[in-house]
Design a protein around this ligand. Sequence first.
Ligand code: LLP
Length: 423
Amino acid sequence: MKESQALRNSYSADLNFFGAQNPHDLIRDFGSPLYVYNENILRARCRDMKGLSGEAGFKVCYSTKANGNPHLLRIIREEGLIADAMSPGEVALLERAGFKKEQICYVCNNVSSEELALAYAKADHVSVDSVAQIECFGRVNPGGKIMARVNPGIGAGHSSKVVTAGKNTKFGVTPEDFGAMRVALKKYDLKLIGLNQHVGSLFMDPLPYLEAARWLLETAAEFPGLELIDFGGGFGIPYRKYKGEQRLDLADFRSRFDVLLDNFRRRHAFTGKFIIEPGRYVAAECSILLGTTLAVKNNGPVRYVGTDLGFTVLARPMIYDSFHDVEVYPALPGPRPLLRQTIVGNICETGDVLAKDRKLPELAEGDIVGILDAGAYGHSMSSNYNQRLRPAEVLIGADGGCRLVRRRDCLEDLLRVYPDQSR
Ligand code: LLP
């Protein structure tokens, strides 16, 4: 019994994830639910990505959509990563974190001419992903430099909703449109400075990514004078840590990737930059989301553990059926039997299920649960649905101390967008 319980928080314990704090103190001090980040892990993941190529001119461009907290972005910048933004809001967060224009790449999709003008003013380069958007860019920035996102026809991802290349996606200029793309570039005297792609999110088998990278390099050879070749993100992390899921073999990836890059550089006398755009790999593992058990009940054979972790706090399980490992930090010591339990939230929808049918120590009111690998697409996808307040975020620093890096929403945050009705 003791052993099974230890198993449910051994991951965070082994890493000393919470530093000088424990989950109960954190919830007492900052409220529940709570996103807790660990600086050392974030820095280590940035370094992993920077080590993915030995090529001069290799750049890691963090994808801000995974997590846009400016306190984390600042650490990511300190580690030497540049960043991609896909909205004016993301640019604002990057600027808040100290990123300069030359460190920001704008990779957008279906945006207005006003946004393209702003992006051109604020970012080092702008990538658009259709002939129509090249035309739109040309109208507002004639004679400008532009990058185009292409569709290699090969997709990869953990869910069909995040496969972003191939036939079933809105993304990228397909080779059939390259002729029209050249015409649009010429019409507005635009200089094509780069090509980018993103085949999808979360691969653990690197082959499709490498195959797509090979395709992109072949395609790049058809467009002489490029300065940037961006292969996109998608690097996966092991979400099933308690089942012993292996990490991506980065050394193996690097050896194959560098052969491709090196051959291209030599064959085409390429002097530009090779870019990758990871979001999840950088941000996911540095966060454990804490929530509180508030009510437990049985419905037939199913034991429902009711918590404050609705899909407004972590949307991934609801949207993609994503799996996150769960740890248990009991309120009271003592042995607990292992039971099959389903952890649910406080939102008025039946789909509000965080973790289905998991074998965990018997949960009771007051116990805290920790949802692992919540740092990417966690808080950044949280919402105010049901007029719930989005949670606070705290950072465990390299010294083990802890500080608030985002306060919890308050009711005033919800109300202030509505014009006053009293007049
Ligand atoms: N570059 C572009 C153009 C992207 O669209 C994305 C992610 C990335 C880079 C970063 O991909 P990553 O390395 O994080 O896989 N909400 C989903 C993931 C959506 C990914 C969207 N695009 C999830 O929670 O799994």
